[in-house]
Design a protein around this ligand. Structure first.
Ligand SMILES: CC(C)(COP(=O)(O)OP(=O)(O)OC[C@H]1O[C@@H](n2cnc3c(N)ncnc32)[C@H](O)[C@@H]1OP(=O)(O)O)[C@@H](O)C(=O)NCCC(=O)NCCS
Length: 177
């Protein structure tokens, strides 16, 4: 994965101005970080990392949030950690009174299917994602989730607990602390 605009010597080379205003979430196994994501909350879409890729006709009103720079350690993939972090972002956005949540991802059938099941729908047209530090050559899409009252913060958190406890048993033999 070569998404950095410049050669990156360390993760701090990927920092951008959104990091100062983001909520950062991680999944740790003892002291080792296995998965991370950031959530940016803003007054309007233009102030999100994917702001420039919103369709002109987007008619949402109120505050918005974006899930950004999700990353899972290869040793811990396919255990649900990304799903658990996505649920954390959903719960935090909703707890902050934000009904409209967005994510930009590289466009694959698999991730579309997964995000559709999680309540996200594609909006706008495909684009090549670029921000202050990364530039992605593969085609990306923007997806939108609007808070649905059937899915309460409690149900999200129960599901998240279930995913994380299952992941812990799977990862125990795999990961050295
Ligand atoms: C994409 C990524 C975050 C998934 O993490 P994960 O913890 O393995 O994901 P989960 O186990 O929670 O699975 C959730 C969904 O993620 C997607 N996913 C998982 N691994 C993936 C991969 N290698 N490539 C693309 N999508 C992937 C799938 O849609 C999966 O659902 P499915 O198994 O029902 O198809 C991880 O592979 C990664 O860090 N990739 C590199 C960075 C990246 O692409 N980040 C996404 C930016 S938004």
């Amino acid at each position: 994965m070569q998404w950095g605009k410049q050669a990156t010597a360390s993760t701090s080379d990927l920092r951008d101005s959104f990091d100062d205003v983001s909520l950062h979430f991680g999944v740790y196994f003892n002291t080792r970080i296995l998965a991370a994501v950031r959530l940016i909350m803003a007054d309007r879409p233009a102030d999100l990392p994917s702001g420039r890729y919103f369709p002109k006709a987007f008619d949402g009103s109120g505050r918005v949030a974006e899930i950004s720079k999700a990353m899972v350690d290869p040793v811990a993939r396919q255990c649900g950690l990304f799903t658990a972090l996505l649920l954390e972002c959903k719960a935090r956005a909703y707890a902050n009174g934000i009904a409209d949540l967005f994510i930009s991802v590289v466009d694959t059938d698999r991730i579309r299917r997964f995000l559709n099941v999680e309540g996200f729908q594609e909006i706008g047209t495909p684009f090549h994602f670029e921000d202050q530090t990364i530039s992605v050559q593969d085609q990306a899409i923007l997806l939108w989730n609007r808070f649905n009252t059937v899915e309460s913060i409690e149900t999200i958190s129960t599901r998240q607990d279930h995913i994380l406890s299952k992941a812990q048993s799977t990862l125990e033999p795999r990961v050295d602390s």
